[in-house]
Ligand binder design. Structure first.
Ligand SMILES: *Cc1c(COP(=O)(O)O)cnc(C)c1O
Length: 368
């Protein structure tokens, strides 16, 4: 029996830098800089520089990053925010937590990103912002979204949870919109040893505001200027992320090599892949394909010892949690098609040559 190939294997990644991580964690222990503090602040500076923006505020996870970005824009009850229907649900949670309402818009049939042609029809006098998601690591069509946003006086926020280091016309994800929201959940391209996230921006007022919001509403300890939250980034996560950030470009390069091989060498009319426009560089957080019959494809892959996953089996507008918003099947047909037919192939920097070949061969031998 051949070795099993899983969708992701973090053990290989952690093992490769074990001692460096241990040393980083020991430093935090020595200085007891556990919540926020020196190592969390240092990571903020490093990640802002990496993204090419003036500021970064580390928070406790990506969902909080989105929530804080909405709060910093003053979004709240009575407001609407446009969100793609095919994304991880947390993109919409950030809106809902403020009391505003997410308005779901379909994706295109080829890039699987927010469809700029459908945005205008979703704008109302209550619309305040658009959250674009760089889905699976592929930057969304920022310029067209921004042009519509400017026409209606809306903010554009980037959900960069899957797109650390991705490029749009040479600019990094997280430096395009009003703010960029990142997640460092284990399995993301840059990840913490637990939970983590951050907001990036060129507007330091937003960063200052989020620094206060995440810190119980304080600039000065015990003086609470507004209702705040406990959403600080842990020191250990900051220290671990600073180690990983040094390797991010190397890991990304490897993802791009593997992704490009899948794109070139998987040749099967039953398998569709995401489109990657020329003016972008995806970072292949996930390698998602669609097949006419997902159950049979997954079974075929499992027989070859390859374990795929689904990102995501239910689009946001059809989640039970949002049943109250009144969406129906058929409202976002492309997102619904993706949800029913998507499979995520193994994708992580440590895949071996032999494993990559096995994935390609298994895909090419699928007969439906
Ligand atoms: C992971 C993810 C989030 C949420 O991040 P957490 O750190 O898990 O809270 C938000 N949006 C997208 C697109 C994601 O993939």
């Amino acid at each position: 029996m051949e070795e099993r190939i899983s969708r992701i294997d973090l053990k290989r990644n952690v093992t490769a830098h074990w001692e460096e991580y241990q040393e980083a964690i020991s430093n935090v222990m020595r200085e007891t800089a556990f919540s926020g503090g020196k190592y969390a602040d240092q990571f903020d500076r490093e990640f802002a520089a990496y993204c090419g923006v003036k500021g970064c505020s580390g928070v406790n996870n990506g969902t909080s990053a989105l929530h804080c970005a909405m709060l910093a824009l003053g979004i709240g009850p009575g407001d609407e925010v446009i969100v793609p229907a095919n994304t991880y649900i947390a993109t919409a949670w950030g809106v809902t937590y403020t009391g505003a309402v997410p308005v779901f818009v379909d994706c295109t049939a080829d890039t699987w990103e927010l469809d700029p042609d459908l945005i205008e029809a979703a704008v109302t006098e209550r619309t305040k912002a658009i959250i674009g998601v760089h889905l699976y690591g592929q930057p969304f069509e920022f310029n067209r979204v921004k042009e519509i946003a400017d026409r209606y006086g809306l903010y554009v926020v980037e959900d960069c949870a899957q797109a650390h280091g991705a490029l749009y016309e040479g600019r990094k994800a997280g430096s395009l919109g009003e703010m960029g929201c990142f997640s460092f959940y284990p399995g993301k391209n840059l990840y913490a040893f637990g939970e983590g996230g951050c907001v990036t921006s060129d507007n330091e007022d937003y960063i200052r505001h989020i620094n206060r919001l995440k810190n119980q509403g304080c600039d000065v300890r015990y003086y609470h200027d507004e209702v705040g939250y406990n959403m600080r980034l842990e020191g250990i996560q900051g220290a671990v992320l600073s180690v990983s950030l040094k390797y991010l470009d190397e890991w990304t390069q490897r993802r791009i090599e593997i992704g490009n091989r899948y794109l070139r060498e998987i040749q099967n009319p039953l398998i569709q892949m995401q489109c990657h426009p020329e003016n972008t560089q995806t970072v292949f957080h996930l390698f998602v394909v669609t097949t006419p019959d997902r159950e049979r494809f997954m079974k075929h892959m499992e027989e070859a010892g390859i374990y795929c996953d689904m990102h995501y089996p239910v689009p946001c507008h059809l989640q039970k949690a949002y049943a109250g918003l009144g969406y129906r099947r058929g409202d976002c047909p492309n997102a619904e098609y993706l949800a029913e037919h998507c499979n995520s192939l193994p994708m992580y920097p440590e895949l071996t040559e032999e494993e990559i070949l096995r994935v390609i061969e298994a895909c090419n031998s699928f007969k439906g």
